[in-house]
Design a protein around this ligand. Structure first.
Ligand code: MF3
Ligand code: CO
Ligand code: CO
Length: 255
């Protein structure tokens, strides 16, 4: 069952989503040549705690850190550690906050120092994929419309969509129904209704879509070692379209 949030729940979701977005905005200036992913983790952890929230990933199904940091060919769920970021790297920072009983989830892929042409391409296409998915969200649209819109953009750019991981409903639980696939057919899947809240978070590879896991059993990497990038927002379905709860800058507002 897909939970339809009440007005009070939506108000609470706005707060946790805003905090997640503020954490991501805060960390941007720290993502520079020479910083370790552990240091990025610690800065985010402290920011979240200082705002009266808890980082949702910490101890989630045994995940050992407070955020995910996924570098270059890492697709998602990278574990922060001793790795030193260097110019030309791309790194996805995925933030989930638990505040007053609700989770908010957002991520972005940053360029470290001077971007490379391949890094620029995969980040651009990945962001376009998220935006195409968001544009497909409206009451009475269907989940398959979102996945289809994303896959069209990926294919048009000769990139591929990772199929093993998807977006998800979110609220009192980190991962709720529905599963939001980043591929699909128009006019299929659950019908979207006002009050539904879910993430869209396509993982887009510059090469083939296949993945494998590192021995740490968390980090997901591309099988062909191609670059992968991801952007994620938490989205509320409204009466007229949608509201991107983890966007701070009005980027998705239409008039
Ligand atoms: N934030 C990720 C997502 O978008 C989930 C991370 S789960 C963890 O759904 F355990 F790896 F942290
Ligand atoms: Co996330
Ligand atoms: Co998510």
């Amino acid at each position: 069952m897909i939970h339809i949030k009440t007005a009070d729940e939506i108000a609470a979701m706005r707060l946790t989503c805003r905090l997640a977005a503020e954490t991501l905005l805060m960390i941007e200036s720290h993502v520079v040549d020479g910083i370790t992913t552990q240091e990025i983790n610690d800065i985010c952890h402290n920011f979240i705690i200082d705002h009266g929230a808890i980082p949702s990933p910490l101890n989630y199904r045994g995940f050992p850190k407070s955020i995910c940091t996924s570098v270059n060919q890492q697709v998602c769920h990278g574990i922060p550690g001793k790795r030193v970021l260097k110019s030309g790297d791309i790194v996805n920072v995925d933030i989930t906050t638990y505040y007053n009983g609700f989770h908010g989830d957002t991520s972005k892929t940053f360029h470290v120092g001077q971007p490379t042409p391949k890094g620029l391409k995969i980040c651009q296409v990945s962001k376009e994929c998220l935006d195409a998915g968001i544009r497909a969200v409206a009451p009475n649209a269907r989940l398959g419309d979102i996945g289809w819109a994303i896959e069209q953009v990926a294919q048009a750019n000769r990139c591929s969509v990772v199929r093993e991981y998807c977006g998800h409903g979110i609220g009192r639980e980190f991962h709720e129904e529905p599963a939001v696939l980043h591929y699909g057919k128009p006019n299929t899947g659950a019908v979207l209704k006002p009050g539904m809240i879910f993430t869209i978070e396509p993982m887009i590879n510059l090469g083939k879509p296949e993945i494998r896991h590192l021995p740490d059993r968390w980090t997901v990497v591309t099988r062909d070692h191609s670059l992968s990038a991801q952007f994620e927002h938490t989205i509320l379905v409204t009466e007229t379209g949608c509201d991107v709860l983890t966007s701070l800058d009005g980027e998705y507002l239409t008039s």
